[in-house]
Design a protein. Structure first.
Length: 402
């Protein structure tokens, strides 16, 4: 029999939106580490070792998950869009698509964007410095990821605001738990986004530009480098959706952690070379992605003392695994000099985030510049509200004064 967990019935902290899920995650890990969540309609893993074993196990399928979603909601625009995404493919098709996207988002390719990202960040801060008060999320973190990806794809400036709106609608439909309302909103956004990107791909095919989309469409030396127009649309969509909410939340969560830990803020200000380590610690301590999309068991599988039956869903609570005391020393301490930090903030195994290098670079530049240029930054008074965004964790607003 599973241990009873002392928690209000009307709140399920396995879903983002709860102010402090980490205390509950500790209790969950101790009492029922392989836990069946009614709210998520599947199993969730809370121990680091169980998570890494599961994420490298080929006896689970994301394709089957899409089939499950289609059975529940029909072959709607958002379901069709997701069915072609890298995140919802299995081996061996996954390897082909990841090889194409991985070349475009490799660290050396992403590094070429450093100067442009620094310019974006500098321009945003120039506008804010005279105000003495801002919302770190809407005034700073929200704008950067979308602008960066639009620049990478050479999207006309006049189209960028409406593209953000489409992307936000698609992201909101990506919860571990999906409702008809979420699917309907996702359908509307998917139609608009796919329509726009289809025209963009047709215009770029054969043009031979230097932007990332033109590079994606350029024929390669091998057949596995060729992508169809439909695949290019879906890959371009993933550039936006995978890097939009997650990078915004990463920047916001990092600033909040630093503001709540002034000694670490001071340490970073005194030694800016710690910025890479500070972002890695944020990814461990308060990850913007709290759970990957579930997978479906292809056969009965044993995890710990539980048997996962064929056809059941399984996911990971990264907020729990990243604070597993069996893996991380003093896991509830935010330490920007932490050396042993193989967190799961970008997942693990074949579904490790292909855009990790870009997210890291954007967050390092944004947080580093904010700390350097606003040395008196402090939290403004008020209650902090967390978004209920399915599997993502981020603040609605982060009011700060400087």
């Amino acid at each position: 029999m599973r241990a009873a967990l002392d928690f209000p019935d009307d709140i399920d902290p396995t879903l983002p939106g709860y102010p402090d899920p980490y205390t509950y995650f500790h209790r969950l890990r101790e009492a029922d580490p392989v836990h069946f969540s009614r709210a998520m309609n599947g199993w969730v893993l809370t121990r680091y070792h169980d998570a890494t074993e599961y994420l490298r196990d080929r006896r689970y399928s994301r394709v089957k998950l899409v089939e499950d979603i289609r059975a529940n909601f029909g072959d709607s625009p958002i379901v069709r869009l997701q069915s072609g995404e890298l995140s919802f493919t299995d081996a061996p098709e996954h390897a082909r698509l990841k090889n194409v996207m991985g070349k475009l988002l490799a660290p050396q390719a992403v590094e070429s964007m450093r100067g442009e990202i620094e310019t974006f960040v500098g321009a945003i801060l120039d506008r804010l410095l005279s105000r003495h008060r801002m919302d770190v999320i809407s005034d700073f973190a929200y704008e950067l990821p979308a602008e960066t990806i639009c620049a990478m794809l050479d999207v006309p400036r006049q189209d960028r605001i409406r593209l953000r709106e489409y992307v936000e609608g698609v992201v909101l439909a990506r919860g571990v738990v999906r409702t008809p309302e979420m699917i309907a909103a996702g359908d509307r956004a998917a139609r608009e986004l796919v329509g726009y990107l289809t025209e963009l791909v047709r215009e770029r095919r054969g043009r031979g530009g230097n932007d990332f989309l033109s590079e994606l469409l350029r024929p390669g030396e091998h057949d596995d480098r060729h992508v169809t127009d439909e695949e290019a649309v879906i890959m371009a969509e993933q550039f936006f959706t995978a890097g939009h909410a997650t990078t915004r939340n990463l920047i916001g969560n990092a600033i909040l952690a630093l503001l709540r830990n002034p000694d670490e803020m001071r340490r970073l200000r005194d030694d800016p070379t710690l910025i890479e380590s500070a972002i890695e610690e944020t990814l461990r301590y308060d990850p913007p992605t709290q759970a990957p999309s579930p997978q479906i068991a292809l056969e009965d599988v044993k995890i710990g003392d539980r048997t996962i039956r064929k056809g059941e869903r399984v996911s990971v609570l990264f907020g729990a695994t990243n604070r597993d005391p069996a893996r991380f020393e003093d896991p509830d301490r935010f330490d920007i000099t932490r050396a042993d930090n193989e967190h799961l903030g970008f997942s693990f195994g074949i579904h490790f985030c292909v855009g990790a290098s870009l997210a890291r670079l954007e967050a390092q530049i944004a947080v580093g510049a904010l700390v350097a240029r606003m040395p008196e930054l402090r939290l403004a008074s008020g209650t902090l509200d967390w978004r209920r965004m399915g599997r993502f964790r981020g603040l609605v607003a982060l009011p700060a004064e400087f």
